[in-house]
Unconditional design. Structure first.
Length: 200
């Protein structure tokens, strides 16, 4: 049977929505999904390792990557630049892996326009109050940064009309189960599998 091309899965949602917890729970025991590691000009947080959380680069290197068309999408978020290296994504999709991008809404819109087959998932906390509590609880950002992230979250909600799915993260296990179910269902789509009909 011919190998099925992987699906590009985009997950967005305000920083503090609990995305990384939900995603890591959902991917436990799933070997059919890999993460794309983004490049950013943001400074690493204490627990972040270069090449795992992000590739941390300076603005000159970031601009060079944009000029060389090395990024599938890129955007600014709260005064830092972020982007998705294109080569890794294409290689993994060709190998049949589902590739997961955790990116903000402007970048997600670029992906949606360039690759209309990408699965677009928006994840939110149950309320803005809870988002604020989570951002403060994390203790990694200054008051000014927290305010900026809350304002940006509200803008993102208003711009999120092109997503296919919304997950409300009021319970991380439930949200992870929903996320995993979406990936599974998307891989069963007729368009992806119709070639099999003539092979079996
Ligand atoms: P953080 O600084 O909290 O790690 O990420 C801030 C925001 O940038 C998050 O919403 C995250 O999803 C987004 N982000 C991370 N990597 C990328 C990327 O490669 N492209 C875009 N457009 N956004 C990204």
């Amino acid at each position: 049977m011919a190998k099925q091309r992987g699906k590009l899965i985009v997950i967005s949602g305000p920083s503090g929505a609990g995305k990384s917890t939900v995603v890591s729970k959902a991917l436990e025991g799933r070997s059919d999904v890999c993460f794309s590691v983004s490049v950013t000009t943001r400074k690493p947080r204490p627990n972040e390792v270069d090449g795992k959380a992000y590739f941390f680069v300076d603005l000159d290197r970031f601009r060079e990557m944009v000029e060389n068309d090395e990024l599938l999408e890129h955007a600014e978020y709260v005064a830092n630049s972020y982007g998705t290296p294109r080569a890794y994504v294409e290689k993994k999709l060709d190998e049949g892996m589902n590739v997961l991008l955790d990116i903000e809404v402007q970048g997600a819109r670029q992906v949606h326009e360039k690759m209309p087959d990408a699965v677009m998932i928006f994840i939110i906390p149950p309320s803005m109050e809870i988002l604020e509590q989570r951002l403060r609880g994390r203790g990694t950002d200054s008051e000014r940064k927290i305010e900026a992230r809350l304002i940006r979250a509200k803008q993102e909600y208003a711009e999120a009309d092109f997503y296919d799915y919304i997950i409300i993260n009021d319970d991380a296990d439930k949200a992870a189960a929903e996320f995993s179910a979406i990936i599974t269902a998307e891989n069963c789509k007729y368009e992806l599998r119709k070639n099999i009909l003539s092979e079996v």
